[in-house]
Design a protein around this ligand. Structure first.
Ligand code: FES
Length: 160
């Protein structure tokens, strides 16, 4: 067997496997404390959040089913998704509240479906959809390095 790796097209390199360069994305004035903004570079949507603990950059995709968190709400260091009631801590990357659909938490533990107060409990759909919900894992955030230089917020993004 030939031990050499198969050649791959250079444009099919996985994100994050090439060096990251800091890129100015916003000014600090454009992101006052308590606010969130989405910035897009290529096919990468980044959520910038100005929390009481500082500015963080993560994917603008809910760790549950990828809804844009920039459309949610920020309360201190905690961001709420506009879908499924999921709530996530930007300091730890952990879910504070699992989505209503239930599923697996970041450690792979099953969490059941639930309903907000005053709403009728959701009946799990039968078959493949229920199985997909049960096996959907809420992952932890992936963070991008952030720095502030001369009033500009710079984020280290993987080369595309
Ligand atoms: S997509 Fe965010 S909680 Fe489901």
């Amino acid at each position: 067997m030939d031990p050499r790796p198969a050649p791959v097209r250079p444009d099919l390199v996985a994100p994050g496997t090439t060096p990251a360069l800091f890129d100015a994305v916003l000014t600090v004035a454009e992101l006052p404390e308590g606010s969130m903004r989405r910035v897009t570079r290529g096919d990468l949507d980044i959520l910038l959040a100005h929390t009481p603990d500082g500015i963080v950059a993560v994917d603008d995709r809910c760790p549950h089913m990828s809804a844009p968190l920039s459309l949610g709400t920020l309360d201190g260091c905690v961001v709420a998704c506009p879908l499924h009631e999921g709530v996530f801590d930007l300091r730890s990357g952990e879910p504070v509240r699992m989505p209503t659909t239930g599923g697996l938490d970041p450690d792979g533990r099953y969490r059941p479906t639930w309903s907000p107060a005053g709403k009728a409990p959701k009946v799990d759909p039968p078959g493949l959809k229920a199985e997909a919900r049960r096996l959907t894992r809420v992952r932890r955030f992936r963070y991008y390095p952030v720095r502030v230089v001369d009033g500009r917020i710079e984020v280290a993004l993987p080369e595309r």
